[in-house]
Each structure stands twice: as C-alpha cells, then as structure tokens.
Design a protein around this ligand. Structure first.
Ligand code: GLU
Length: 570
C-alpha cells in the first residue's frame, strides 16, 4: 500500500467506501497507480497538462470544487500562481515530481473516478440521455405557477432546471439550477427524517400515521385513530413541526432545521425567504383550521404552542434551496443519510428508509399512486415547482419548474421523472428477472473477456481515448482481439484515429505486429484506408519495437479460440 493511501486511511476514517474501492485496485496490481497515471497522461516532453487532467476528472462527473479534491486543486493553483511569476516555466504543465505531489493527497477519489469505480462509470453516455429528456420537457408548456400567494404566482413559467448528484458525488446540471426557490412541501420529508433522527419511529408514529390519505394535501381530515394520515400532507407536517426539537426554544429550533438542511445539502445553498413566509402566514386559514381541529383531537404533544407550531411550519416551507443544493439533499437520502459530497453522516439509515417509504406512497399529492406505478421511485414535490427524486444507492435528482399540473406537481418535473424511467432501469421493479431490458448505467456488470473486447474495440472504433485510458488503468490487456483477430490498434488505424493509435503504441506499448485472420497488421490497415500519417507512426514503432521474442504475431485471443476449438474437435 502506498504511503499516500496510508496517509488517507488515517485522515479520512469515515470514507471507508472509497478506500475499499482503491484496495480492490491495489489487490489487482495497481500499487503504483500515481506513477501509471502520470505515464498515461504525460506528453512527449514528460509533462502533464493540469487542464487536461481536470477535464478528465470532470468527464467522470467530479467537480474541481469537490472537497475530496481540495488538496490537489490547492496545489495546482499554487503551481499556476508560481508559473505566472516565472517566465522560464511552461504554463499549465507539470513534471512527474510535481504531478505526484499534487495528486497523492486525493489519490483515493482520483483513482476511483479514473478506474470506473463510480456508480455511473460511463457518465457521458448517461448525461447525453439526460440532455435529451431535459430538452423534451422544456417544450412542455402545461400548467401555471401556484396562484395562492403573489410570491409564487409571479414565478417565471420558463424556469426549468435539473440537477443530479450521484452517491459518489458525480454532478450534472442543466438549465436554471442556481436560482433559489422555496422548498414548500419538499421540506416535509426532510423534517420528518430529522424528527425520526432525533426521536424514535415509535414516538413519532404515536402522532402521525403511515397511510396515504386518498384526500387532498390540505384536507380537514384525520384517520380512524384521530391522527393525521401521514407526514407528507399538511396535517401530518404540522404535527411533525411540533415535534422537531421540541425541547428547544423556537429560535433554536429554526436554527437547528437550517443547520441540518445545510448538512444534508453538503453546505451548499440553503436560505430563507421572508416574504413567502409572511404571505403564507397571512393566507393560512386552512392551516389554522387544521391546527385547531388537530388540537381538539389531541394530536399535538402537550407542551406544543399552536400558533408557534404553525408559524414554524410556514417558516420551514419558506426555506429555499437551488436545484443544485436540492440534488445534494436528494443524494444524501439516496446514500442512506451520508452526504456524498462531504462525507457528513447526517441521518440515521432507518430514518432514511422510513422517509423514502412514505415518499414512495404519499410524496406526489393525489398523483402519488400513479407516480409509484409509473416511476416506482420515492419523490416529493412542492408548490414552488420543485421535485426531489431519489434513486436509492444511485443518485438524487432535483428538478425545478414553477408551472404545476392539476395535482399541484411540477408539469415538467413529473414528465422528467417518467421519461427518466422509460430510458433507464430505475423503476423499483425494473430488476425483475423477466422484465424488459432497459439501459442500466450503473457499474460494470460482471463482464466477461468477450465484453471487454467489445468495449475496447468499440472505443477504438469511435476514437474514444478517454474510455481507452480508463480500460488501460483498469489493467485491461490492450492487445485483446476479437474472433477475427481484430485489435483496438487495427480499428484505430483503419478508422484514422491518430490519438488512439498513438495512445496504444506510445503509452500501452501494444504489440503492433499482430495480424488479423486475413493476415493484415494495423499498419496494413492504415495503408489500405489511406491514413498515411498513421502508417508512418506504426512503421516507426514497429521498427523500434520488433516482433516479440515468442514470435507471436497472431492475436492471443484468436490463438485461445483456436486452441479451444481444436480441443472440442479432438
Ligand atoms: N405552504 C403550503 C401550504 O401549507 C405548502 C404547499 C405545498 O407545497 O404543498 O399550503
């Protein structure tokens, strides 16, 4: 185990998952990962471009601002600063010593990103589909912003943002993801989770049930035990507001809620909208009616002050997030209560499980049943146009767009969730054995060598050097060939992808003498398809790297297939 990993092991004791990932790599012979990384990235002069390295990380969904990259980015900045003041140094390029020093502190997350250990290893193909869904929802002009208070009625119907944060902290944003808006009812599951975190489920559910009400979210109704049906409708959420940190004075309870929401959001944007709060309080006849009705039915803990509780509920609804910070909150729920971007353990997993269960059955107003049927994922919407969607163990998504449909859910938000599940196998029951196969962007399935060959050759054919680099870092044999003896080098040469050919010969040192079943080398292919520049590179390389001593010139996998076939036929 390298020193840097030992160092990280001591420092980031709560980040075991990432270390486990690296340990698997170490076990498969990746001890000198930093060195390998350098040699894959460096140019002819033995220098690595910091920009290129950052772009590579960004392609995996990691952001330069990620706290897990803090030391690396700080060191890169210091290097750049120094280079700006020193005319003799090449700007933006670093040599091996500096590169290793910069990456060693954060090598755990870097190696995880670059060796496809993130939950969505191929981030780009995934986000390409997200782009399409985003565009298709943008055209949806149905509905109006909530009209019951002027602050929401003034919402811009054009606003549309989608933000994604995976449980590995991979981020993706489209549209209006930086504009604050009120959580409104989206705060309900969060307050419920925070209350469960503090009091046990038994205590909390003495006050509130777990059943869908089958009635409107602000209906004046209780269940047969005279309790609110569930914490996702107003009655239940008001009772939860009376329980949240009930021992503290009200100002401290508000601070507590804000602090905990910030922790859920990885310290990203969480603010308070006072005018929405004042408007909510001024137009709250139904919520006051609910409050008095519930007090009459002994729904509150004895010490609760009704007006204070209602005001606290309005304040909680008036807390603002952006789609970006909301996505981190959703991802914290998806990650069992540990914020993926900070590693902060905010919620007890049991609290998360209970919250997701009720979001699943009651989160989307009177559309909850249909939503559970079509989308099969826990979600919660609010009248300001937010939808918080959780794909457990995978990612959190937050969509925001003010126009609401007839049920009070964001029109574009619901469409997005439905199209998401039409494209990916994220529905809770998409994992049934005999189900239609949809695209699963998660992890590398248990891949056979055959699958490796397909991936490798496909990337070479498409000129995808990033994918090739990842396969190389994963320790894949870059000379693998298909049953026709075609290697990545053959395809790169035939398709005229110079970067692929250079990468394979200069970095991976593949055997360029391998012939396919028609007796062609990659050089022959470059010539046949008139890529003279590539033919030249290959001719030089073959001259300086003669045929390996064992004389193997036919691809190893073709030989393996042949041996296998001959065994079968004898
Ligand atoms: N503040 C709103 C109310 O209590 C919440 C609306 C919502 O998002 O469902 O009426």
């Amino acid at each position: 185990m390298s020193d840097s990993v030992k160092k990280l092991r001591r420092r980031d004791s709560n980040l075991k998952e990432w270390q486990d990932g690296l340990e698997q790599l170490l076990a498969s012979g990746m001890e000198d990962f930093e060195e390998k990384l350098f040699s894959f990235l460096c140019d002819h002069n033995g220098l690595v471009s910091m920009d290129r390295f950052n772009n590579l990380l960004e392609e995996t969904g990691l952001r330069g601002t990620d706290f897990r990259l803090k030391e690396t980015m700080t060191k890169f900045r210091a290097v750049l600063e120094r280079q700006l003041h020193n005319e003799n140094e090449l700007r933006g390029l670093v040599d091996k010593e500096i590169f290793l020093d910069c990456v060693s502190d954060n090598i755990v997350v870097i190696s995880k990103a670059l060796t496809s250990q993130f939950v969505i290893p191929e981030f780009k193909p995934f986000t390409d589909i997200i782009d399409k869904i985003f565009e298709s929802c943008k055209e949806n002009l149905l509905g109006l912003p909530a009209q019951y208070i002027p602050q929401l009625a003034r919402g811009n119907p054009k606003h549309w943002g989608v933000s994604i944060c995976t449980v590995d902290g991979q981020r993706y944003d489209l549209g209006d993801t930086n504009i604050p808006f009120c959580l409104q009812s989206v705060v309900k599951p969060l307050n419920y989770a925070l209350t469960l975190n503090d009091l046990s489920p038994d205590v909390v559910h003495k006050y509130v049930g777990q059943e869908p009400s089958g009635r409107s979210f602000n209906e004046l109704t209780l269940d047969y035990q005279h309790k609110p049906h569930n914490p996702m409708i107003n009655a239940g959420a008001i009772v939860i507001s009376s329980l949240l940190k009930k021992g503290l004075v009200i100002a401290d309870r508000f601070d507590y809620a804000m602090d905990e929401l910030r922790r859920l959001a990885g310290q990203e944007h969480v603010s308070f909208n006072n005018s929405v709060y004042l408007s909510e309080r001024a137009t709250a006849d139904r919520n006051f009616a609910l409050g008095y009705y519930m007090r009459e039915n002994n729904c509150f803990p004895p010490e609760a002050d009704l007006v204070e509780t209602l005001e606290f509920y309005f304040q909680l609804c008036s807390i603002e997030v952006t789609a970006q910070s909301g996505a981190v909150i959703a991802a914290t729920l998806a990650n069992g209560g540990i914020c993926p971007t900070t590693g902060d353990n905010v919620l007890d997993p049991q609290a998360v499980q209970n919250t997701l269960s009720l979001m699943h059955s009651c989160g989307m107003y009177d559309y909850s049943g249909q939503f559970a049927f079509k989308v099969g994922l826990p979600a919660k919407s609010g009248v300001a146009g937010g939808v918080l969607l959780v794909i457990p163990n995978v990612m959190g998504i937050f969509t925001w767009s003010p126009p609401l449909d007839q049920w009070g859910n964001s029109s574009r938000g619901v469409q997005f969730c439905e199209e998401l599940v039409e494209n990916f196998n994220f529905h809770n029951y998409d994992n049934l054995k005999h189900t239609n196969k949809k695209y699963d962007p998660r992890g590398r399935a248990v891949e056979s060598k055959a699958q490796d060959v397909v991936n490798l050759l496909f990337s070479a054919y498409n000129g995808d050097v990033t994918a090739m680099r990842r396969y190389a870092l994963l320790g894949m044999d870059m000379s693998l060939a298909d049953y026709d003896g075609r290697t990545a080098l053959h395809l790169g040469a035939a398709e005229g992808h110079e970067p692929i050919v250079r990468f394979l010969v200069e970095k991976c040192k593949v055997n360029a003498h391998l012939k396919d079943r028609w007796d062609f080398t990659a050089y022959d292919d470059a010539k046949r398809f008139k890529h003279d520049n590539i033919a030249e590179i290959l001719a030089d390389y073959m001259k300086t790297n003669p045929k390996p001593a064992d004389g193997k010139s036919f691809s190893s996998s073709v030989q393996e297939v042949n041996t296998f076939m001959s065994k079968l036929t004898t």
